[in-house]
Design a protein around this ligand. Structure first.
Ligand SMILES: [Zn+2]
Length: 109
């Protein structure tokens, strides 16, 4: 064991000779982990809000495209994109396709 000085609070703490990477005492290390956890939680909430907002915007775009009308041949080309992995922008947009196809078909009748 060697004696080291915490880079945050200046208190002394013990560490093994091969633990040069330990630069903080246990108290400061725990506090830094808590800060990192809080930051991760904050980013998770922010991501969730952004994904919700993106879904709302995708629906709005789909509605606007339906109102303006999409050529059926373009829809036929976009439908195979539904095979993209879930969560990608492409699959999100392609997920809206059946609604537009149905609405386009109804509008055409
Ligand atoms: Zn400390």
């Amino acid at each position: 064991m060697t004696r080291a000085t915490c880079t945050e609070c200046g208190r002394h703490f013990n560490r093994r000779a091969d633990e040069d990477w330990k630069t903080r005492c246990v108290t400061c290390w725990r506090a830094s982990r808590a800060r990192a956890d809080n930051e991760a939680d904050r980013l998770r909430v922010q991501l969730s809000k952004a994904m919700t907002e993106a879904a709302i915007l995708r629906r709005q775009v789909a509605r606007l495209e339906t109102q303006t009308g999409i050529p059926p041949e373009m829809l036929a080309r976009l439908l195979p994109l539904r095979q993209e992995p879930r969560g990608s922008d492409v699959s999100g947009l392609a997920a809206l396709m059946p609604v537009r196809v149905r609405q386009t078909d109804e509008a055409g009748r």
